[in-house]
Write a protein of this length. Sequence first.
Length: 187
Amino acid sequence: MSNEHKLLEVFVALQRKLARAVSRIVPPPEIEDIVQETYVKVCQFDQAGDIRHPRSFLYRTARNLALDHIKRSASRTSVSLPGDEEEHADSELLQGGQDLFDQLAAKQEFEIFCAAVQQLPLQCRRVFVLRKVYGYSQKEISRALGIGESTVEKHIAHGIRRCSVFIAERTASHEVASIEPLKRGKR
Protein backbone atom coordinates (compact mmCIF):
# COMPACT_ATOMS: atom_id res chain seq x y z
CA MET A 1 0.00 0.00 0.00
CA SER A 2 1.40 3.42 -0.94
CA ASN A 3 2.00 6.03 1.71
CA GLU A 4 -0.63 8.29 0.10
CA HIS A 5 -3.26 5.58 0.58
CA LYS A 6 -2.08 5.03 4.13
CA LEU A 7 -2.42 8.77 4.83
CA LEU A 8 -5.96 8.70 3.45
CA GLU A 9 -6.86 5.69 5.62
CA VAL A 10 -5.41 7.34 8.71
CA PHE A 11 -7.24 10.59 7.91
CA VAL A 12 -10.59 8.80 7.56
CA ALA A 13 -10.00 6.95 10.83
CA LEU A 14 -9.00 10.13 12.67
CA GLN A 15 -11.52 12.55 11.17
CA ARG A 16 -13.68 12.82 14.31
CA LYS A 17 -10.69 13.04 16.60
CA LEU A 18 -9.15 15.75 14.44
CA ALA A 19 -12.43 17.67 14.67
CA ARG A 20 -12.35 17.36 18.47
CA ALA A 21 -8.73 18.55 18.59
CA VAL A 22 -9.49 21.51 16.31
CA SER A 23 -12.62 22.37 18.33
CA ARG A 24 -10.36 23.40 21.20
CA ILE A 25 -8.85 26.12 19.00
CA VAL A 26 -11.49 27.43 16.57
CA PRO A 27 -15.21 28.19 16.95
CA PRO A 28 -17.69 25.43 16.00
CA PRO A 29 -18.64 26.79 12.55
CA GLU A 30 -14.99 26.60 11.47
CA ILE A 31 -14.17 23.07 12.64
CA GLU A 32 -15.32 21.14 9.57
CA ASP A 33 -13.58 23.58 7.22
CA ILE A 34 -10.29 23.17 9.07
CA VAL A 35 -10.57 19.37 9.02
CA GLN A 36 -11.30 19.40 5.28
CA GLU A 37 -8.46 21.83 4.68
CA THR A 38 -6.20 19.41 6.58
CA TYR A 39 -7.12 16.68 4.10
CA VAL A 40 -6.46 18.98 1.14
CA LYS A 41 -3.06 20.00 2.53
CA VAL A 42 -2.11 16.38 3.11
CA CYS A 43 -3.14 15.47 -0.46
CA GLN A 44 -1.04 18.36 -1.82
CA PHE A 45 2.03 17.37 0.22
CA ASP A 46 4.77 16.40 -2.26
CA GLN A 47 6.80 14.21 0.06
CA ALA A 48 4.06 11.92 1.39
CA GLY A 49 6.50 9.03 1.11
CA ASP A 50 8.74 10.66 3.71
CA ILE A 51 6.06 10.78 6.43
CA ARG A 52 6.95 8.27 9.12
CA HIS A 53 4.13 9.05 11.52
CA PRO A 54 0.97 9.90 9.54
CA ARG A 55 -1.18 10.26 12.66
CA SER A 56 1.11 12.89 14.18
CA PHE A 57 1.48 14.59 10.81
CA LEU A 58 -2.31 14.93 10.49
CA TYR A 59 -2.74 16.28 14.02
CA ARG A 60 0.09 18.76 13.54
CA THR A 61 -1.29 19.92 10.18
CA ALA A 62 -4.81 20.39 11.61
CA ARG A 63 -3.46 22.25 14.64
CA ASN A 64 -1.32 24.56 12.49
CA LEU A 65 -4.24 25.31 10.16
CA ALA A 66 -6.49 26.08 13.13
CA LEU A 67 -3.89 28.41 14.65
CA ASP A 68 -3.41 30.12 11.27
CA HIS A 69 -7.16 30.60 11.04
CA ILE A 70 -7.23 32.24 14.49
CA LYS A 71 -4.34 34.54 13.54
CA ARG A 72 -6.09 35.58 10.32
CA SER A 73 -9.33 36.21 12.21
CA ALA A 74 -7.53 38.31 14.81
CA SER A 75 -5.80 40.43 12.18
CA ARG A 76 -9.10 40.99 10.32
CA THR A 77 -10.80 42.23 13.47
CA SER A 78 -7.89 44.55 14.34
CA VAL A 79 -8.01 46.42 10.99
CA SER A 80 -10.26 49.49 11.15
CA LEU A 81 -11.04 52.48 8.99
CA PRO A 82 -10.32 56.04 10.17
CA GLY A 83 -13.20 57.43 12.22
CA ASP A 84 -14.56 53.97 13.01
CA GLU A 85 -12.74 53.68 16.33
CA GLU A 86 -15.83 54.42 18.44
CA GLU A 87 -18.09 52.07 16.49
CA HIS A 88 -15.35 49.46 16.47
CA ALA A 89 -14.86 49.74 20.24
CA ASP A 90 -18.61 49.38 20.81
CA SER A 91 -18.85 46.35 18.55
CA GLU A 92 -15.78 44.80 20.20
CA LEU A 93 -17.35 45.33 23.61
CA LEU A 94 -20.63 43.77 22.47
CA GLN A 95 -18.83 40.89 20.76
CA GLY A 96 -16.63 40.35 23.83
CA GLY A 97 -19.74 40.21 26.02
CA GLN A 98 -21.43 37.80 23.62
CA ASP A 99 -18.29 35.62 23.48
CA LEU A 100 -18.12 35.53 27.27
CA PHE A 101 -21.82 34.67 27.47
CA ASP A 102 -21.37 31.91 24.86
CA GLN A 103 -18.38 30.50 26.75
CA LEU A 104 -20.25 30.48 30.04
CA ALA A 105 -23.31 28.90 28.43
CA ALA A 106 -21.18 26.21 26.79
CA LYS A 107 -19.40 25.52 30.08
CA GLN A 108 -22.71 25.26 31.88
CA GLU A 109 -24.15 22.92 29.23
CA PHE A 110 -21.03 20.75 29.43
CA GLU A 111 -21.27 20.57 33.23
CA ILE A 112 -24.91 19.50 32.99
CA PHE A 113 -23.99 16.87 30.38
CA CYS A 114 -21.19 15.55 32.63
CA ALA A 115 -23.57 15.35 35.59
CA ALA A 116 -26.09 13.51 33.40
CA VAL A 117 -23.49 10.96 32.36
CA GLN A 118 -22.30 10.54 35.98
CA GLN A 119 -25.78 9.48 37.10
CA LEU A 120 -25.84 6.55 34.64
CA PRO A 121 -25.21 3.03 35.96
CA LEU A 122 -21.53 2.07 35.58
CA GLN A 123 -21.77 -0.32 32.60
CA CYS A 124 -24.24 1.94 30.81
CA ARG A 125 -21.92 4.90 31.42
CA ARG A 126 -18.94 3.03 29.98
CA VAL A 127 -20.85 2.10 26.83
CA PHE A 128 -22.38 5.57 26.48
CA VAL A 129 -19.04 7.38 26.82
CA LEU A 130 -17.27 5.04 24.40
CA ARG A 131 -19.99 5.62 21.81
CA LYS A 132 -20.94 9.27 22.26
CA VAL A 133 -17.68 10.81 23.42
CA TYR A 134 -15.02 8.66 21.76
CA GLY A 135 -17.02 7.61 18.69
CA TYR A 136 -16.47 3.86 18.97
CA SER A 137 -18.75 1.62 16.93
CA GLN A 138 -21.13 -0.79 18.63
CA LYS A 139 -19.01 -3.68 17.42
CA GLU A 140 -15.83 -2.14 18.90
CA ILE A 141 -17.56 -1.53 22.23
CA SER A 142 -18.93 -5.06 22.24
CA ARG A 143 -15.43 -6.49 21.75
CA ALA A 144 -13.75 -4.14 24.22
CA LEU A 145 -16.21 -4.77 27.06
CA GLY A 146 -17.02 -8.40 26.27
CA ILE A 147 -20.76 -7.86 25.91
CA GLY A 148 -23.18 -8.48 23.05
CA GLU A 149 -23.92 -5.84 20.44
CA SER A 150 -27.61 -5.86 21.37
CA THR A 151 -26.62 -5.13 24.98
CA VAL A 152 -24.45 -2.26 23.75
CA GLU A 153 -27.41 -0.93 21.77
CA LYS A 154 -29.69 -1.15 24.81
CA HIS A 155 -27.16 0.65 27.03
CA ILE A 156 -26.81 3.45 24.46
CA ALA A 157 -30.58 3.88 24.16
CA HIS A 158 -30.97 3.80 27.95
CA GLY A 159 -28.15 6.33 28.35
CA ILE A 160 -29.66 8.68 25.80
CA ARG A 161 -33.09 8.51 27.46
CA ARG A 162 -31.77 9.09 30.98
CA CYS A 163 -29.37 11.86 29.95
CA SER A 164 -32.10 13.60 27.92
CA VAL A 165 -34.47 13.59 30.89
CA PHE A 166 -31.72 14.72 33.27
CA ILE A 167 -30.62 17.56 30.96
CA ALA A 168 -34.21 18.66 30.29
CA GLU A 169 -34.94 18.83 34.02
CA ARG A 170 -31.74 20.74 34.83
CA THR A 171 -32.10 23.11 31.90
CA ALA A 172 -35.73 23.89 32.72
CA SER A 173 -34.99 24.47 36.42
CA HIS A 174 -31.96 26.61 35.54
CA GLU A 175 -33.97 28.77 33.12
CA VAL A 176 -36.62 29.37 35.79
CA ALA A 177 -33.94 30.25 38.33
CA SER A 178 -32.26 32.73 35.98
CA ILE A 179 -35.59 34.41 35.08
CA GLU A 180 -36.67 34.92 38.71
CA PRO A 181 -34.15 37.73 39.48
CA LEU A 182 -35.31 39.57 36.37
CA LYS A 183 -38.93 39.37 37.48
CA ARG A 184 -38.09 40.58 40.98
CA GLY A 185 -36.12 43.53 39.61
CA LYS A 186 -39.10 44.77 37.58
CA ARG A 187 -41.60 44.79 40.47
